[in-house]
Design a protein around this ligand. Structure first.
Ligand code: ADP
Ligand code: ZN
Length: 357
């Protein structure tokens, strides 16, 4: 078991383990005597052990339908209703057991119900364990705009059991690895080397490797969040691969998962860095090779103009310039905010014609 402290305005711990045994003890430390569980159908069916573990403390449970479509105010209002029905009071903590969708909804509910209840996150996807459960961001989609409503509300603690990862589909697991590679490539060279050396064992989801990669990501994300709790500047660095990635996600009509889209995004943005002489070919090919090893896409045949149109809209840009987070060496990235669309357009076209693997 590892414990990583996150020192935001409210200090809290992330516990990283491969067992459920310590959860009740952690709840006791935090004086949580009663809870309201929010989870989704898949977790409810696959990991009932966790629900059973909490049965003496749970006053109620709300099970959402899995998927991004559930991140609406309608679902939130149904959760509020259920909480009122079950007499949830200020001493009741909300416990989120699930991926990013459950965490976002439960976090928002906890931050608003009775002006704020304790929230405990038990993230169950690789993305949620490595990324979204740390930092307190929550929210829901409104009028087709992703995460437009929400707030930043830190949890009491985050309980990360890597055994959840074992039941993830291959696609969902690989989706999470894209963010893991991102953390190594732009934030920590030793971690990137670790991923390269242990790639086979990581692909096989060996518990000790999972504990290590999740812990490293939590440390990196934790440090960034400590410096920029309210998302003013420093968190921007985590946008590597996301400027183009979001464009690809939208242009593909969400046929690409988020991880697949940012994988191509990281490949393209590294190609831009190569063109600007920020990195050399060796570094560029190291990234391409690790992404490809995990079966992540590094190419897309989509129309360049279409992708760029989404990039422009996403950033609500009126000027001809766009901001990018680009790698400068392994374990480091810089922000360049004056790249011209014409230059990006040419890079994308050139990228589409070269043979890269
Ligand atoms: P994220 O945003 O963290 O990728 P979501 O909350 O959208 O995750 O979950 C993605 C999918 O994975 C959902 O269908 C969810 O029910 C499912 N899921 C979450 N955790 C697990 C798990 N441990 N095992 C199997 N499926 C899971
Ligand atoms: Zn992401």
């Amino acid at each position: 078991m590892k414990e990583i402290k996150i020192k935001t305005s409210k200090e809290y711990s992330a516990i990283i383990t491969s067992s459920h045994q310590n959860l009740i003890f952690q709840l006791e430390i935090h004086k949580i005597k009663s809870c309201f569980i929010v989870t989704d159908e898949n977790i409810y069916n696959l990991h009932r052990r966790y629900i059973d573990l909490l049965k003496d403390k749970a006053v109620g449970i709300y099970i959402i339908e899995p998927g991004e479509e559930s991140k609406t105010y309608d679902v939130i209002s149904q959760i509020y209703e259920e909480m009122i029905k079950k007499n949830v009071n200020r001493k009741t903590a909300v416990i989120a057991i699930g991926g990013g969708v459950v965490g976002d909804l439960a976090g928002f509910v906890a931050s608003t119900f009775m002006r704020g209840l304790k929230i405990v996150h038990i993230p169950t996807t690789l993305v949620a364990q490595c990324d979204s459960s740390i930092g307190g961001k929550n929210g829901y989609n409104f009028k087709n705009i992703k995460n437009i409503i929400g707030c930043i509300y830190q949890p009491s603690f985050v309980y990360i059991d890597v055994n959840f990862i074992k039941t993830l589909s291959e696609r969902e697991y690989i989706n999470g690895l894209a963010e893991v590679i991102k953390y190594g490539f732009i934030c920590n060279k030793d971690f990137f080397n670790y991923i390269e050396i242990n790639k086979k064992a990581i692909l096989e989801r060996e518990s000790d490797k999972l504990i290590h990669i999740v812990s490293e990501c939590v440390k990196i994300k934790g440090n960034i969040v400590e410096e920029d709790e309210f998302d003013k500047d420093k968190r921007l660095i985590l946008n590597f691969g996301h400027t183009i990635g979001h464009g690809i996600e939208s242009a593909s009509n969400f046929k690409f998962t988020h991880g697949e889209a940012i994988s191509v995004g990281m490949a393209i943005e590294s190609y831009i860095a190569l063109k600007l002489n920020l990195i050399d070919e060796k570094i560029y090919y190291k990234l391409i090779s690790i992404l490809s090893f995990f079966g992540l896409p590094v190419k897309c045949t989509m129309d360049v103009e279409n992708i760029l149109e989404y990039v422009k809209n996403d950033k609500k840009k009126t000027s001809n310039e766009v901001k990018f987070v680009l790698p400068s060496k392994i374990g480091n990235a810089i922000i360049i905010d004056n790249l011209k669309y014409d230059f990006i357009y040419n890079c994308l076209n050139e990228f589409n014609t070269i043979k890269i693997v």
